[in-house]
Write a new protein. Structure first.
Length: 151
């Protein structure tokens, strides 16, 4: 069976200290605050405080399609990174790494790296440009909202 992993990274500078940035992103209850209005996200189940092996269940509706996502926190290093893996999603595999870095005491960087495999590859390769454009649009919005809330 054919398979290929694709990756996408989006990085922003945020005018806040790394502690506030990390704490904001380690509380999944903040996800709806940074989700674009064209995506409907409902938190179905959530384990807090977030830690390695924590489970998150989301209902995500976009383009008229609803999908249940079940995520597990794979890695969590305070003020450094949060990684989750999709146990259930529309993708064959989906891994999300959030990395946090200090620039100085009042400025940090946030990097979101998504690594994924498409279902039904190679037939689904035609959807790749749309998926990458959609992710770019979503993370542009998410990072802008993070800046507005924390800045």
């Amino acid at each position: 069976m054919f398979s290929k992993k694709f990756s996408f990274t989006f990085t922003s500078t945020i005018e806040t200290n790394i502690e506030k940035l990390f704490e904001f992103h380690s509380d999944t209850n903040n996800l709806p605050k940074i989700t674009p209005p064209w995506i409907d996200v409902k938190i179905i189940d959530l384990t807090l405080p977030l830690e390695e092996k924590s489970m998150i269940t989301l209902d995500i509706k976009q383009y008229g399609l609803s999908n249940r996502w079940v995520m597990q926190i794979d890695k969590m290093q305070a003020y450094n990174q949060i990684c989750d893996i999709a146990l259930k999603s529309p993708f064959k595999s989906f891994y999300h790494e959030r990395s946090f870095k200090t620039i100085n005491g009042t400025t940090s960087t946030l990097s979101d790296t998504i690594t994924f495999e498409l279902p039904l590859y190679p037939l689904s390769i035609v959807a790749l440009p749309f998926i990458k454009k959609d992710m770019q649009k979503m993370f542009t919005y998410r990072h802008a909202q993070t800046k507005e809330i924390l800045g």
